[in-house]
Ligand binder design. Structure first.
Ligand code: NAD
Ligand code: MG
Length: 392
C-alpha cells in the first residue's frame, strides 16, 4: 500500500488522479490533499478519501471547513497557507506526490517533494520551466524519482529505451530526435484576421482534452507546446535542436522518439490523462486506468503538419527563450501567467498575449537566475513588469 499526496486535488489533474486511486484501494491510499480556495470540493474529497491532512491555501473558508469536517466525524487535520503545501509534500507516510498545482505557485511544494526524495509525478510543467537546471540538480542530489505526467513527456518516456528511463542519455542509445506532438488547439483553422475577436469561452473549449482554464488558453496560443518544449529539454537533457514540434490534430499519438536506424516509436491512446497518471503511479508495472481502449476502426485519419509562426507566435517565443536559458524561461512563464489571467478577465485581447510576453522578454530575458532566490525574484520582477504593460 503506497501513500499518495495530491497537490492541486480540486483541479482537472487532481480529479483524474483521485479517479485512478479510487480504482485501486488495495494499492494506494491518500495521505494528504490540497486546494487553493474551493473549500466545498475539498470537504467532499476529505469525506471520500480520508486523508490525514488537507491544505486550504486561502484561509477565508477554513473555519467553515474545519467545522464541517468535525460535524462529519472526519479525522482529517486541516492546515492553511502556502507554506503548509511544502509540509504535506514532504509527508513521511507518502511515497508518491502528484504535483498538479497550476503555475509558479507549484514550484516550492514540488521542490519540497523532490527534496524529501519522493516519487514525484510531475504535471506542474511551470515549475520546470522556471527552474529546470536547479530542479534537475535537486532531483539527482536527493535521489527523488521524477516521472512525467504531461501526456507528451509521458509518451516520450514510454518510447525511450529502458536504460534512458533509468537515467542514461538518449544519445548513447541510438535516439536521434524527440518529436513533440500537439493538436494545434481550437484555432488551428480559424481565419487569422478574426483572432482579435476570440473570447475566453472559445479559447478554453479545447477540441480533444478537458483541462483547467490556464492550460486550455496556453493550448490555444500553443504556449503550452512551448512550455512543453522547455520541459522536454530538462526532463530528457535534450539539445534544443534535437526536439521538433509536430502538429497532430487528432491527439491520439501523444509524442514520438526517432531512432538512428530509421525507426520511430510512438505512444498512442485516447486523450485521457488517466493513462499517463496510471502509468507513472504504477511504473514499471501497468494498472487499469479506466480509459476506453483505442478503437482503430473508428479513428479516421491521422494527419501531421508544421506549426505556423504567424498563428502560434508564443510557441516560437518559448523555443527562443529555451535557447537563452533559465532567466529567459522564468520571464516567459511569469509574463505568460499575467497575460493569460488578464485575457481570461477580459483585460487583454487574445492577440495581446504574445505581445506582452515578447515585450517582457525583450526587457528582462538577459537576466540570469541560477539559485532559487534569484529565480523567485526574477519571477516577481517579470510579473510586475508585465502587469504595468496591461491596458488599464
Ligand atoms: P486546474 O486549474 O484544473 O487545477 C489547478 C489546481 O491547482 C487546483 O486544485 C487549484 O486549487 C490549485 N491551485 C491554483 N492556484 C493555486 C495556488 N496559488 N496555490 C495552491 N494551489 C493552487 O489545472 P489543471 O488542468 O489540473 O492543471 C494542473 C497542472 O497540470 C498545470 O501545471 C498544467 O499545465 C498541468 N497539466 C494539466 C493537464 C490537464 O489535462 N489538465 C495536462 C498536462 C499538464
Ligand atoms: Mg501536454
Amino acid at each position: 500500500m503506497q501513500g499518495v499526496v495530491v497537490l492541486g486535488a480540486t483541479g482537472s489533474i487532481g480529479d483524474s488522479t483521485l479517479d485512478v486511486i479510487a480504482r485501486h484501494p488495495d494499492k494506494y491510499r491518500v495521505v494528504a490533499l490540497s486546494a487553493h480556495s474551493n473549500a466545498e470540493k475539498l470537504l467532499a474529497l476529505c469525506l471520500q478519501f480520508f486523508p490525514q491532512q488537507a491544505v486550504l491555501v486561502e484561509e477565508g473558508k477554513s473555519q467553515w471547513l474545519r467545522a464541517e469536517l468535525k460535524a462529519a466525524g472526519s479525522q482529517t487535520e486541516l492546515l492553511t497557507g502556502a507554506k503548509a503545501l511544502e509540509d504535506i509534500a514532504a509527508h513521511p507516510d507518502a511515497r508518491q506526490v502528484m504535483a498538479a498545482i497550476v503555475g509558479a505557485a507549484g514550484l516550492l511544494p514540488t521542490l519540497a517533494a523532490v527534496r524529501a526524495g519522493k516519487r514525484v509525478l510531475l504535471a506542474n510543467k511551470e515549475a520546470l520551466v522556471m527552474s529546470g537546471e536547479l530542479f534537475m540538480d535537486e532531483v539527482a542530489r536527493h535521489g527523488a524519482e521524477l516521472l512525467p505526467i504531461d501526456s507528451e513527456h509521458n509518451a516520450i518516456f514510454q518510447s525511450l529505451p529502458f536504460a534512458c528511463q533509468q537515467g542514461d542519455h538518449y544519445r548513447h542509445h541510438g535516439v536521434s530526435q524527440i518529436l513533440l506532438t500537439g493538436s494545434g488547439g481550437p484555432f488551428r483553422t480559424r481565419d487569422l484576421a478574426s483572432f482579435g475577436a476570440i473570447t475566453p469561452a472559445q479559447a478554453v473549449a479545447h477540441p480533444n482534452w478537458s483541462m483547467g482554464q490556464k492550460i486550455s488558453v496556453d493550448s490555444a496560443t500553443m504556449m503550452n507546446k512551448g512550455l512543453e518544449f522547455i520541459e522536454a529539454r530538462w526532463l530528457f537533457d535534450c539539445a534544443v535542436d534535437d526536439i521538433q514540434v509536430v502538429l497532430h490534430p487528432q491527439s491520439i499519438i501523444h509524442s514520438m522518439v526517432r531512432y538512428s536506424d530509421g525507426s520511430v516509436l510512438a505512444q498512442m491512446g485516447n486523450p485521457d490523462m488517466r493513462t499517463p497518471i496510471a502509468h507513472a503511479m504504477a511504473y514499471p508495472e501497468r494498472i487499469d486506468a479506466g480509459v476506453e481502449p483505442l478503437d482503430f476502426f473508428s479513428l479516421g485519419q491521422f494527419s501531421f503538419d508544421q506549426p505556423d509562426p504567424a498563428r502560434y507566435p508564443c510557441l516560437y517565443l518559448a523555443i527562443n527563450a529555451c535557447r537563452l536559458g533559465q532567466g529567459a524561461t522564468t520571464v516567459l512563464n511569469a509574463a505568460n501567467e499575467v497575460a493569460v489571467d488578464a485575457f481570461l478577465k477580459g483585460r487583454l485581447p487574445f492577440t495581446g498575449i504574445a505581445g506582452l510576453v515578447e515585450q517582457s522578454l525583450d526587457t528582462l530575458a538577459h537576466k540570469t537566475a541560477r539559485d532559487l532566490r534569484s529565480i523567485l525574484e526574477l519571477d516577481q520582477e517579470a510579473r510586475h513588469y508585465a502587469e504595468r504593460l496591461l491596458p488599464c
